[in-house]
Design a protein around this ligand. Structure first.
Ligand code: SAH
Length: 354
């Protein structure tokens, strides 16, 4: 049977060294051998765990944050509730369950999931049985109406390119092969005007990353929010203007070499929130806020106390650990950041500042 490694090597043989963004897309989304296309990677038995899988509180608070924003914007009659990269569908299920208490919200919402993996679409349809869902390949196809959107650990899965500073130019990191194994190499030095802003904060040998499709995903979302109303919550790991190699491969919850098992491990990179902020226009963007601070402002501790009243033994211990994991600065609380998008005429979403 042909493996993804064979496929990649034969492509490099015929077309020359492969760009990193090409490699990531091939590994994650190859139609028959890709990582997301062929499996459910999330959870204790998979390769990584995400916030909505840790506790229902995450999705509940996000749902109430979006529904409160909808109310503050005059509760438009027709609107979309959307998620980018919904994984197992757990976050959307928690959003829709928690917002049943907001009259009119769930009944009127058009529910949209932007998902590339057919395997995960199947799992999402099971998780969300009973709801009418529209699946899209890209946010370009979203309706022209108010949009309330969430993206958790979506932008980190988008492909990046990496460039190493060489005097006033840049050499792109690419992938070649030798004796059946993949290895990194560097292309020729090029001037690259798109990276001219990074000449100020880098020195020779520094590596910078560029997420090529980020603007294309952001534009249709910011355009709808600015024109029709709505809001977006983008939650991911990363920081303002990243520097250095942040490409990471995870298999069975452990870090592995990103080149050894293509298609069999998760590949992600830190999200550059400065790039998200630049792409937020014509909508406004909030200050980048640590996930722990955001969840505390939305009342996660009160919610945790309420849920704890009905628990005991191991369930209670797991629940306390989940609260800590989502919020504590040494766990996900600081590594993960939240940025909100909102219309220029409106205040930011609850829990966020301009
Ligand atoms: N948000 C979920 C899952 C994060 S994993 C959670 O928090 O649990 C990343 C998700 O993005 C998966 O559902 C994956 O299939 C999807 N994905 C990755 N690249 C994509 C792309 N280019 N277009 C649409 N979906 C994509």
């Amino acid at each position: 049977m042909t493996t993804l490694l064979d496929t990649i090597i034969s492509r490099i043989r015929s077309q020359g060294p492969m760009r990193l963004d090409d490699y990531m897309t091939t590994c994650l989304l190859h139609p028959t051998l890709g990582y997301y296309t062929t499996r459910d990677p999330i959870g204790a038995d998979g390769d990584f765990v995400t916030a909505p899988e840790i506790s229902q509180m995450f999705g509940e608070l996000i749902g109430l944050c979006l529904a409160q924003t909808w109310l503050s914007q005059g509760a438009p009659a027709q609107f979309t509730v959307a998620e980018l990269g919904p994984g197992r569908g757990t976050l959307m299920a928690d959003i829709l369950r928690a917002t049943q208490s907001v009259p009119g919200f769930v009944e009127a919402a058009e529910i949209v999931l932007v998902e590339a993996s057919p395997t995960l679409r199947d799992i999402q349809s099971t998780t969300l049985a009973g709801y009418t869902i529209r699946w899209l390949d890209t946010p370009d196809e979203l309706g022209e109406q108010p949009l309330y959107l969430v993206a958790n650990e979506f932008f980190d899965a988008l492909p990046i390119r990496q460039f190493v500073r060489d005097d006033k130019g840049w050499r792109e990191r690419h992938i070649s092969h030798r004796n059946g194994a993949l290895s990194f190499g560097l292309g020729p030095r090029l001037p690259l005007p798109a990276l001219s802003d990074r000449l100020d904060d880098t020195v020779d040998g520094d590596l910078v990353e560029n997420c090529t499709p980020l603007t294309g995903y952001m534009h249709p979302i910011s355009h709808r929010i600015a024109t029709y109303g709505g809001a977006a919550l983008i939650i991911d790991y990363g920081d303002w203007r990243s520097l250095g190699d942040t490409l990471q491969a995870l298999m069975g919850h452990k870090s592995v070499d990103p080149l050894t098992a293509p298609g069999q491990c998760d590949l992600t990179a830190h999200v550059d929130f400065e790039k998200l902020a630049l792409a937020a226009s014509p909508a406004k963007h909030s200050r980048v806020t640590p996930q722990g601070v955001f969840l505390e402002r939305l009342g996660i501790t009160q919610r945790a106390h309420t849920l704890a009243k009905a628990m005991s033994g191991t369930a209670l211990e797991t629940h306390i650990a989940a609260h800590r994991r989502l919020t504590h600065p040494s766990e996900m609380g600081n590594l993960f950041k939240v940025m909100g998008l909102y219309p220029p005429t409106q205040p930011p979403l609850p829990g966020l500042e301009p």
